[in-house]
Design a protein around this ligand. Structure first.
Ligand SMILES: [Zn+2]
Ligand SMILES: [Zn+2]
Length: 61
């Protein structure tokens, strides 16, 4: 039993609507500006909601 995913214990909330996305098929990507990890739930992805980086405030589609 090996836990290779040790760096994933941060909060996983959708940056657009703020729901807890842990255990869902949320999209995960890095902020193009500062590289912060950004989570986005499937609903917001489907609606193409804007996201805002919690770290630097970068917004994008
Ligand atoms: Zn959302
Ligand atoms: Zn950022």
């Amino acid at each position: 039993m090996s836990e290779s995913d040790s760096a994933s214990t941060q909060s996983r909330t959708c940056v657009s609507c703020g729901i807890d996305v842990s255990g869902t098929n949320a999209a995960v990507f890095d902020c193009p500006d500062c590289g912060a990890r950004i989570h986005r739930c499937a609903t917001c992805r489907k609606q193409s909601n804007l996201y805002e980086c919690p770290d630097c405030g970068f917004t994008g589609p």
